[in-house]
Design a protein around this ligand. Structure first.
Ligand code: SR1
Ligand code: MG
Length: 417
């Protein structure tokens, strides 16, 4: 079905990964010869094996070994997937490290025969989604992610790259099977009944309203077309808050295996959409109204701030060096406005798929009380629907926040005209 899998490929386990690590001279700076090494498999994503490996005598001597499986881990061997996606991830990490080393884990090596990357263990950071679920604020996140987005997207676009180099990069990052997952799970399945959709029974009427909404389906189809045809920049392709590791001072973006040349708004939208999923979840996660309001203010201020930083960085790293004749002021303004409206549209698509589709998010799906879960999920759906349908009226990042924050939960479902 895909290209042949390397004959040397063998999925590792917590025991075999230790021998593997001992045999790699690239890791000599981390592990002393013969010292006791421990490991555990910690992968909680949908696709891969992830091993945390450390020296027993000093756990700060540590590395992450991430290995692709030849199938979707979430589903099993019935859904094959090319392990060569690990190459795409290693290539994308190399570019991101060159452009934003302060926000990219260091890669020690990529093993093309094992579809495996050994990289920095961010052991002083946590997955951002887990922090947001607890209501933890990350004061520098907006600045960091604004810089990450502007530099990675701007520097890989036609605004910066030479015409030939850009096309060669588009070819190097052709990623059809992973893009197909996105096309199906984000742009197709949430808008129709399918076997793979997962949502709790209490939400059935809200989901049916999405299935029945033909104007919404037309918007989703337009976004899908843009995703499939606009090779604007090298996008991370899966930049949700589970692909971001944070602490109070630092931010790292991980897991770019879905990277390809696509619309910039797919990445900016992923970040904004996931912050808004957190916003929706705190409708019920934060029981104290004062704390809820304060945390939600943090989330919306983060959205506004990250866009301001993104625009500023895009100005200084892209527009200030661009040809003023080829790219006149009116074009630049229109470019940034289209990007903002794409952010709303793709962010909305990211929200809807997490409520209706196969791969949900812990922010909402781990809410135990089913009424609470339905309240939060219905709010996320309403924000997604409003942003997707109204994205063309958006002129400023404040408009995205205003549209999102004026939505209310709709559970038990009542038809709104
Ligand atoms: C079958 S893979 C499901 C999801 O996991 C990844 O993180 C992507 O978001 C993908 O859509
Ligand atoms: Mg991932």
């Amino acid at each position: 079905m895909f290209g042949p899998v390397s004959p040397k490929y063998k999925p590792l386990d917590p025991t075999t990964v230790i021998d593997y690590v001992r045999g790699r001279s690239e890791l000599d700076e981390i592990f002393r010869p013969g010292e006791a090494i421990e490991s555990v498999e910690v992968g909680d994503g949908n696709l891969n094996l992830v091993f945390k490996v450390w020296a027993q005598a000093d756990p700060t001597h540590t590395v992450i070994v991430k290995q692709a499986l030849p199938y979707v881990r979430l589903v099993g061997e019935s859904w094959p997937l090319p392990p060569d996606r690990a190459r795409i991830e290693a290539q994308a990490l190399e570019i991101e490290y060159r452009l934003v080393p302060q926000h990219t884990p260091r890669v020690y090596f990529y093993d093309a025969e094992m579809y495996l990357t050994a990289m920095q263990n961010l052991h002083q950071h946590i997955i951002m989604r887990k922090g947001l679920m607890q209501g933890i604020e990350y004061p520098h996140f907006a600045d960091h992610i604004g810089v990450f987005l502007a530099r990675t997207l701007g520097a890989t676009s036609d605004l910066v790259l030479d015409y030939r180099a850009k096309k060669m990069e588009v070819a190097r990052f052709i990623n059809p099977e992973l893009c197909k997952i996105t096309e199906d799970l984000i742009f197709t399945e949430p808008y129709r009944p399918t076997e793979r959709n997962i949502f709790h029974a209490e939400l059935a009427a809200n989901v049916q309203a999405v299935y029945d909404d033909e104007p919404l389906r037309a918007e989703a189809a337009q976004l899908k077309e843009k995703f499939m045809t606009q090779a604007q920049a090298l996008v991370h392709g899966d930049l949700h808050t589970g692909s971001i590791m944070v602490n109070a001072e630092e931010t790292y973006v991980i897991d770019p295996e879905f990277a390809f040349y696509g619309p910039m708004g797919f990445d900016t939208g992923a970040v904004v959409g996931n912050l808004l999923l957190s916003y929706a979840s705190h409708e019920v996660r934060s029981k104290d109204p004062t704390k809820r309001e304060s945390f939600r203010r943090y989330l919306t201020e983060t959205i506004v701030r990250l866009w301001a930083v993104f625009e500023r960085e895009f100005q200084t790293t892209v527009w200030d060096h661009a040809d003023p004749v080829n790219f006149p002021q009116a074009y630049r303004q229109d470019y940034m406005l289209r990007l903002l409206q794409d952010t709303a549209g793709f962010g909305a698509a990211k929200m809807l798929r997490r409520i209706i589709g196969l791969a949900g998010v812990a922010d909402i799906r781990t809410i135990e009380d089913v009424t609470d879960k339905s309240i939060a999920a219905s709010l996320a759906l309403n924000i997604g629907v409003a942003l997707m349908k109204r994205r063309r009226e958006i002129q400023t990042i404040g408009d995205i926040v205003a549209i999102a924050t004026e939505q209310k939960p709709n559970y038990p479902y009542r038809k709104v005209d």
